[in-house]
Design a protein around this ligand. Structure first.
Ligand code: FMN
Length: 183
């Protein structure tokens, strides 16, 4: 059986982010069955796109995108900033190859926020952008609310019930990626 390659995007450039902590936890779980790598928007070459370089080939951006896109499936870990997803995630998205990136590709989403809605809004917003690119969006998404209290970087979610859902999402997504690759 082929080992599936899954890339996780920690979808903010904020240093010390919860998104990166959740991404590392998710990697630990999915690595039992898949080859998993984390990318962080902290490493996105933002300075190279200042001034609006849309449609131009920028070596640093191409390199980031090519490395990130070379997987069978993708997990985005998305924080909530002002009722939406971080601006850098939209910048990243707008510099992806069009229309190729994410066409018919499996994508899973996790939200995390300090507030009570667990980044439901940014995840739903980003899912719309993925639908526009015809991604296969995995139907189960975790919305980690009150992340600073509810999540432990080593053990995951403190609520047993929610932890079960998180593990189910991560494990079922790896099966989803494999099944789609066989079609
Ligand atoms: C610019 C900014 C805006 C934020 N806006 C919201 C918000 O609208 N709703 C919310 O629940 N939390 C909000 N927060 C708190 C973050 O969701 C919370 O700190 C989250 O864990 C940050 O993710 P990160 O550590 O991955 O950057 C905001 C944080 C920042 C930095």
């Amino acid at each position: 059986m082929n080992v599936m390659k899954i890339h996780i995007l920690s979808s903010t450039d904020r240093s010390g982010s919860n998104a990166l902590k959740v991404s590392k936890y998710a990697k630990g779980v999915m690595s039992k069955s898949s080859d998993v790598e984390i990318f962080s928007l902290e490493d996105y070459p933002l300075h190279d796109v200042v001034g609006g370089k849309y449609g131009k080939e920028i070596e640093s951006v191409k390199s980031f995108n090519d490395q990130f896109l070379s997987a069978d499936g993708f997990l985005f870990v998305i924080p909530e900033y002002n009722g939406g997803f971080p601006g850098i995630l939209k910048v990243f998205y707008d510099y992806l190859p069009f229309p190729k990136a994410f066409q018919r590709v499996p994508v899973s989403l996790i939200g995390e926020a300090a507030g009570a809605f667990g980044a439901l809004r940014p995840v739903e917003q980003f899912a719309q952008l993925l639908s526009y690119r015809n991604a296969h969006i995995f139907p189960d998404s975790m919305y980690i609310q009150r992340v600073n209290d509810s999540f432990d970087p080593e053990d995951g979610l403190k609520s047993e019930k929610l932890q079960k859902l998180l593990l189910r999402q991560l494990n079922d997504f790896t099966d989803f990626v494999r099944k789609l690759s066989e079609i």
